[in-house]
Design a protein around this ligand. Sequence first.
Ligand SMILES: [Zn+2]
Length: 175
Amino acid sequence: MAKLLVPPHILSRILNHARSESPLECCGLLGGHRTTSDWHVKSLHLLINELASPTRYRSEPASLLKALKAVRLAGEEVVAIYHSHPTSDPVPSLVDRDWHWADDVVDLIIGLAGSTPQYRAWLLNPWPAHEVLVEEWSGFRGDVGQASHFQADLKIRDAGEDQIDAHKRANYPQA
Ligand SMILES: [Zn+2]
């Protein structure tokens, strides 16, 4: 089964992002590298949900452009898009299917319906979606070859938080 490998500190930041935006949906982009079977997440980019909706998301173009530039500058590619389901399970909807990014980019969904956040990852085409295993990736400690490269790279380049705050101040000043 294909795997989405996510460093634990990035995973916890994603869950925090989902919780902080609740009851609205959050969205973001994950950069990294793909191997023949797995997706390795190396960077986190928070995006603005310009719909500010509890059931829909659409990436605000400026935040998306900034994230895509950062991914490209780091020599990475987009490996996953994430969004939250504030009141339902982390299972893709028909809307998610129709709006998915690309066939080989993983959709990671965070479900906040239960007492603890749940997350599941999917490839949405062909439909019905099939699941991708999410595994915490603690790095390649002690390993040979790419180890030092990966270790050095394992830091969050999570632009986006300032942007989201500024967007909120401009659009929802009373919030
Ligand atoms: Zn969804």
